[in-house]
Ligand binder design. Structure first.
Ligand SMILES: *Cc1c(COP(=O)(O)O)cnc(C)c1O
Length: 388
């Protein structure tokens, strides 16, 4: 058989050949904690579900295929009970005294884990604007062991040049690891491993699951030794997802490409609409040619994704009024589901980073543009903005 080499096909089939026992086309939900052994220590490949579970394995193989698509070698995937569990497990590769250089616009939960949990274990962290590769290169310390990127970032949608940064970091020292949190782009739009990163991390809660009905996380990598170590840590630490959660994420992934394309075309139209509105001060979207990261985004992303941020002329009051006036855009945290969401990061998702290097403008509104009809979405925004 010719190898499958397209995202849309792999999303539906990778890790999911029909069940040999029954012919079931969709991987069953293996709701079992343990597995009968034929003789002492003789198993069919599974002995305990923290270590391995067939539904989880299907998800792990599918995620690896999606992130490894542009590589000439297999990639390896591991699933976790949340995006934070994946990040925490990956950070266990870092030892006391070592340094992590991260984006100054990281996900708030990642910042909290780094600053308020892992710092107590002797790991050092610093935060910089990673859209500037010179600054990044100059900020590497002799003890730097990991560079942590998100691109686009949340909620300011800054773009980091994954290829350029990986090249510079590796030429400084091949020992420094590069990890990319690819949650905002999804593998359909961006494949960091092919651009030189060592690890891709996901909150599968967002675009991969895609339906706001499950919490999950993942790590994908191309190096077998890292995979063996992280699989060991996955089992040793134990933050694994249940089989039903894995099944929901697998089901969501089947439509990833269709969804990402619609999220992106809708977001382009929403950003263009907002650019033309008199109540709007600034629209932040990597697909706009005025965005400082537009050229890099064009180079490393297939489309520009579904997240749009906007600063209103009326500041914080106008922001709060707008998000409470929409009817289709639900006022809620999170992102990446089929439904449109709207929020004020300074008061909601980013309230915990006030006063830190991650503080965001109080008048910023973040939109997770869903896959609904674009005319309905724009009418909803138009109505909300007309009341300001
Ligand atoms: C949501 C999110 C996380 C954390 O994932 P959970 O599944 O909520 O634990 C990490 N990174 C980014 C960019 C996120 O949006």
């Amino acid at each position: 058989m010719t190898p499958i080499s397209h995202m849309e096909t792999l999303a539906i089939h990778a890790g999911q050949s029909p069940d040999p026992a029954t012919g079931a086309v969709i991987p069953p939900v293996y709701m079992t904690s343990t597995y009968a052994q034929e003789h002492v220590g003789v198993t069919k490949g599974f002995d305990y579900s923290r270590t391995a579970n067939p539904t989880r394995l299907a998800l792990e193989q599918c995620l690896a295929a999606l992130e490894g698509l542009e590589l000439k070698q297999p990639a390896y995937g591991l699933a976790f009970s949340s995006g934070m569990a994946a990040i925490d497990t990956l950070l266990r590769l870092i030892k006391p005294g070592e340094h992590v250089l991260a984006s100054n616009d990281v996900y708030g939960g990642t910042y909290r884990l780094f600053e308020h949990v892992l710092k107590d274990y002797g790991i050092k962290f610093s935060y910089i604007d990673v859209s500037n590769p010179n600054l990044l290169e100059n900020s590497l310390l002799p003890e730097t062991r990991l560079v942590w990127l998100e691109t686009p970032t949340n909620p300011l949608l800054k773009i980091a040049d994954i290829l350029e940064i990986s090249r510079r970091v590796k030429s400084r020292s091949p020992q420094i690891l590069v990890a990319v949190d690819n949650t905002f782009a999804s593998p359909h739009l961006q494949q960091p491993l092919a651009l030189g990163a060592d690890f891709v991390v996901h909150s599968t809660t967002k675009y991969l699951g895609g339906h706001s009905d499950v919490i999950g996380g993942a790590i994908v990598m191309k190096d077998r030794a890292s995979y063996e170590r992280l699989r060991y840590l996955q089992n040793a630490v134990g933050a694994v997802p249940g089989p039903m959660d894995c099944w929901l994420i697998l089901r969501g992934i089947k439509t990833l490409s269709l969804r990402m394309e619609r999220h992106s075309t809708n977001a382009v139209k929403v950003s263009e609409y907002l650019c033309g509105h008199s109540a709007v001060e600034q629209v932040i979207y990597p697909g706009l040619d005025i965005h400082p990261g537009h050229e890099v985004a064009k180079k490393q992303m297939k489309m520009f994704g579904g997240m749009v941020s906007v600063i209103l002329k009326g500041g914080e009051n106008a922001a709060r009024k707008m998000v409470e006036a929409t009817r289709i855009f639900a006022l809620a945290e999170s992102l990446g589901g089929v439904e449109s969401l709207i929020e004020v990061p300074a008061a909601m998702t980013h309230a915990s980073v006030a006063g830190s290097p991650l503080e965001v403008p109080a008048g910023l509104v973040r939109l997770s543009v869903g896959i609904e009809n674009i005319d309905d979405l724009i009418a909803d925004l138009d109505n909300a903005l007309s009341g300001l």
